[in-house]
Design a binder for this molecule. Structure first.
Ligand SMILES: *[C@@H]1O[C@H](CO)[C@@H](O)[C@H](O)[C@H]1NC(C)=O
Length: 156
């Protein structure tokens, strides 16, 4: 074995050990912060949708990206549903959802790489869905305020 080959083997072993240590430490702990940290390292996102329609209304939703159809989900009042994904490294990742309740039907890009960057970036992207006079709206949780105060009207 040449000297550089030994280095490669030693370095690979070290990297492997370091990587498995990260996993072990993280598995040993629980809670949102650890998961969030680990998801952050991997760039993994969690999108959560919460039925805040009020009035005992059931929310029916259907989310899709260009590659994945996440199926039709039915949410009882105040209940939540979530999915996880890793954004594409090249190109943009976009998940669009259709929301239905009462006589309303609206679509919204629940995750969009182009929109959710910089200070709008989220790893746990949690959304409240509200009914209202203009056909309702949605607000995302903002870590710095601890509130659902990043609000949007529907895309359609
Ligand atoms: C949604 O909210 C509007 C405005 O408050 C209300 O008029 C409407 O009845 C609500 N929709 C349902 C299905 O309850």
């Amino acid at each position: 074995m040449k000297k550089w080959q030994v280095y490669v083997v030693v370095i690979s072993l070290f990297v492997h050990l370091a990587a498995s240590r990260v996993e072990t430490i993280i598995e040993g702990r629980t809670g949102e912060i650890t998961n969030k940290l680990f998801d952050g390292i991997r760039g993994r996102r969690t999108v959560e949708i919460i039925n805040k329609l009020g009035g005992g209304l059931t929310l029916t939703l259907h989310c899709k990206s260009k590659d994945d159809d996440l199926g039709v989900q039915t949410l009882a009042p105040d209940s939540r549903w979530s999915f996880k994904f890793t954004p594409a490294f090249f190109g943009t990742t976009r998940f669009s959802c259709n929301f239905k309740w009462g006589g309303e039907s609206h679509s919204f890009d629940i995750y969009d790489d182009d929109r959710d960057v910089g200070d709008k970036q989220c790893y746990l992207c949690s959304w409240n869905i509200y009914n209202g006079s203009q056909g309702g709206f949605t607000c995302r949780f903002q870590e710095s305020t601890g509130r659902y105060d990043i609000c949007y009207v529907w895309n359609e």
